[in-house]
Design a protein around this ligand. Structure first.
Ligand SMILES: [Zn+2]
Length: 81
C-alpha cells in the first residue's frame, strides 16, 4: 500500500507524467488531479470524470501503476483548445 507523504506524492505525480509520455493511462486526459483517501492515491480527470487508483506494481513507472476505476470511454470529453 502506498503511504501518504510528500515523497510518495511526488512519485505518484511523476508516474502519471511518465505514463502519459509513454502512451499509458493518461494520454487522452491532461487535466488530472491527485488526491489521497481511504489509504490510496486517487487520480481524477477534471474534464471528463475518469478516475484511477495508484497501485504499487513492478516495473510500472518507478514502481507505480494505475488501475482504472471508471469505464474507459476512449476519449476525454475535454474540448479541444
Ligand atoms: Zn479526461
Amino acid at each position: 500500500m502506498l503511504k501518504y507523504d510528500i515523497a510518495t506524492t511526488h512519485r505518484v505525480l511523476a508516474a502519471t507524467k511518465a505514463s502519459r509520455l509513454s502512451g499509458g493511462s493518461f494520454r487522452r486526459h491532461d487535466d488530472i488531479e491527485i488526491s489521497y483517501a481511504e489509504g490510496a492515491y486517487a487520480i481524477k480527470c477534471r474534464a471528463c470524470g475518469a478516475r484511477w487508483r495508484a497501485v504499487e506494481e513492478l516495473p510500472g513507472f518507478d514502481g507505480i501503476n494505475f488501475e482504472r476505476l471508471t469505464e474507459e470511454s476512449g476519449v476525454c470529453q475535454r474540448p479541444k483548445r
